[in-house]
Design a protein around this ligand. Structure first.
Ligand SMILES: Nc1ncnc2c1ncn2[C@@H]1O[C@H](COP(=O)(O)OP(=O)(O)O)[C@@H](O)[C@H]1O
Ligand SMILES: [Mg+2]
Length: 227
């Protein structure tokens, strides 16, 4: 599982990450998915840390490991991680089914097989019949769920979420948090051998309290344990 060893990152003079060492915690009773939150004020470097884990950004120093092996040289698409950003980044020119099928196509599935799996994944989270709809016609909440299915359908060993609720209305945000965890468990069901791990970046402590087994705060370039 995920480990950081003395990871440092600076932009200009400000250290965003100052020799951060950290390891995924043991979560004995995770109830279907292990969720760890990374809190911190805007500008503290949360997204930068997530991008380093994902392989979208290089650290200045230090190492990122998975099961004790450095993955620093492993490219993004071979890390087995899935990312979901604040703006869901669905492809507006593709329908819902082909948005979900996109990552499967990248993994080498045929168009037909990818579409079958995409429809199955949509059905699994209660979005059967959405496949042919345009993504631009969906509500914010629906777009968020499609983006989540798109991230999960590739069966990632780690799901990286960067403020996944912040583009939604406050009311919807609260409702969707628990639905979101159910979606995660269901989409990963049938993958009984896969340990479901989610790293949730948020600036909202209530959100982290509701969703995460453990949380850390990034502040002044250091990670402090919260719970
Ligand atoms: N590629 C970059 N070049 C220069 N500065 C950057 C870059 N990426 C992020 N930053 C700066 O680093 C700081 C932390 O950014 P970020 O990781 O996005 O924080 P957070 O996600 O916690 O809000 C911000 O001040 C941001 O402007
Ligand atoms: Mg951010």
């Amino acid at each position: 599982m995920l480990e950081l060893r003395r990871v440092s990152k600076h932009f200009g003079a400000t250290p965003l990450l100052d020799a951060v060492s950290w390891q995924w915690p043991a979560i004995p009773d995770a109830g279907g998915a292990e969720v760890v939150a990374l809190l911190g004020p805007s500008g503290s470097g949360k997204s930068t840390l997530l991008r380093i884990v994902a392989g979208l950004e290089d650290a200045d120093a230090g190492d990122v490991l998975w099961n004790g092996q450095s993955i620093a040289a492993v490219p993004v698409e071979r890390r087995g991680f899935a990312l979901m950003f604040q703006q869901f980044a669905l492809f507006p020119h593709l329908n819902v089914r082909d948005n979900v099928a996109f990552g499967l196509r990248e993994q080498g599935l045929s168009r037909a097989d990818a579409r079958v799996q995409a429809d199955a994944a949509l059905t699994g989270v209660g979005l059967a019949g959405y496949g042919s709809r345009t993504v631009t016609g969906l509500s914010g909440g629906e777009q968020q769920r499609v983006a989540l299915v798109r991230a999960l359908v590739t069966q990632p060993r780690l799901l990286l979420l960067d403020e996944p609720f912040s583009a939604l209305d406050a009311d919807l945000r609260v409702t969707l948090r628990s639905a979101f965890l159910n979606d995660i468990r269901q989409a990963w069901d049938g993958q009984a051998t896969t340990v479901r791990r989610v790293l949730l970046v948020t600036h909202d402590e209530a959100e982290a309290r509701q969703m995460a087994h453990h949380a850390w705060r990034l502040h002044g370039g250091l990670l402090q344990p919260l719970w």
